[in-house]
Design a protein around this ligand. Structure first.
Ligand code: ADE
Length: 231
């Protein structure tokens, strides 16, 4: 999986992605991160990439030409490698709200492009030209698309073969089968007078499985009944 990120803050993306599990996956060449600084494709020597909105109003708008040229630098490389055109994800509160199913779908791609906007947005014409997917990470407004891109890359990465090892396995986890995960316990067996549920100490795998299924369903009913309507 190659993650390409068009951004004005490549160091933010790199610092985060090079940490923890995604960092290990990058080191081991299981995923690749390619950040492209949109400012490197500015029209003028000051590196300015934004301008006042036509029609007036507050804020600045990212200009179409530098965004397009930054994108083209990725597309040209992909074309040379005889690969198919990548999906281009624009992070925007106006997009479809991201979920586990979308993460699974995106994890099957060979390569993805994330476009991170800032200021009041990006000139609509370049969005029309290059964006294939508008994605939001929730109904709230952030200062830019970098954090949403990181959220998406984190959740997509862990679904790519080889990123998680046995120790951090992803088989039974929240949203598997539209349910939340059961509660987990580790040593010590007693903590501040609270005991680990007896069944987990019984060694009876069938009973443990049944208990976990029950807890998973109970927890979903209590905390996210809306998930059960979807299945
Ligand atoms: N950019 C600003 N807010 C956002 C959000 N909630 N999701 C995706 N991109 C955004």
């Amino acid at each position: 999986m190659i993650f390409n990120v068009l951004t004005l803050f490549p160091e933010l993306i790199e610092n985060s992605m090079n940490t923890s599990i995604t960092g290990r996956a990058i080191k081991n060449d299981i995923i690749k991160l390619n950040t492209v600084n949109i400012r490197d494709f500015a029209e003028n020597k000051h590196g300015q990439v934004d301008d006042y909105p036509y029609g007036g109003g507050a804020g600045m708008v990212m200009q179409a030409p530098p965004v397009y040229r930054a994108y083209k630098s990725i597309e040209d490389r992909i074309q040379k490698e005889n690969k198919k055109k990548p999906r281009v994800i624009y992070l925007t509160p106006q997009g479809k709200v991201f979920n586990q199913k979308m993460a699974e779908e995106f994890s099957k791609e060979e390569e993805l492009v994330f476009l991170c906007g800032h200021y009041e947005g990006i000139d609509e014409r370049v969005l029309e030209l290059i964006v294939t997917d508008n994605v939001s990470i929730g109904d709230y407004v952030l200062t830019g698309g970098e954090l949403p891109a990181l959220v998406m890359m984190d959740s997509i990465s862990r679904l790519v073969d080889g990123v998680l090892n046995n120790k951090d396995s992803s088989v039974y986890e929240s949203f598997y089968d539209n349910k939340l995960e059961y509660p987990q316990y580790t040593r010590p067996e007693e903590f501040m007078g609270m005991h680990v549920p007896k069944v987990l100490l019984s060694g009876d795998h069938k009973k443990v499985d049944e208990w976990r299924k029950e807890e998973s369903l109970k927890r979903t009913l209590e905390r996210r009944p809306d998930l059960l309507d979807e299945s």
